[in-house]
Design a binder for this molecule. Structure first.
Ligand code: SF4
Length: 96
């Protein structure tokens, strides 16, 4: 094993300290990318206001229905009003 002199040790520990200082900022910004109040933005999950075949919000496990079956509801993972006939990449069939 190669021995490390003081200069090398300071260089390596300095890089580790710098990485540790920056990591929370990087991960925080990654976690918040495309989110609004902890929910994903519609654009970040490619939300569309029409179904993808038979897959649509009204049969997605994340959908929270509105006052009636035909009006907009909300979603547990996507921000904003959600059409019961919408669809996005976070679609999760109720049966799964
Ligand atoms: S996750 Fe996507 S498909 Fe499912 S209810 Fe929310 S917006 Fe609709």
């Amino acid at each position: 094993m190669k021995s490390m002199n003081r200069r090398d040790w300071l260089k390596s520990t300095g890089k580790i300290a710098a990485a540790a200082a920056v990591a929370p900022l990087v991960f925080s910004s990654m976690a918040n990318a495309g989110t609004a109040g902890g929910l994903q933005s519609k654009s970040s999950v490619s939300y569309q206001d029409h179904p993808s075949g038979k897959d649509m919000c009204s049969n997605c496990a994340h959908f929270v229905p509105g006052a009636s079956a035909s009006v907009d509801g909300t979603c547990k993972v996507v921000a904003g009003k959600i059409s019961p006939h919408g669809y996005c990449f976070a679609y999760t069939p109720i049966s799964s």
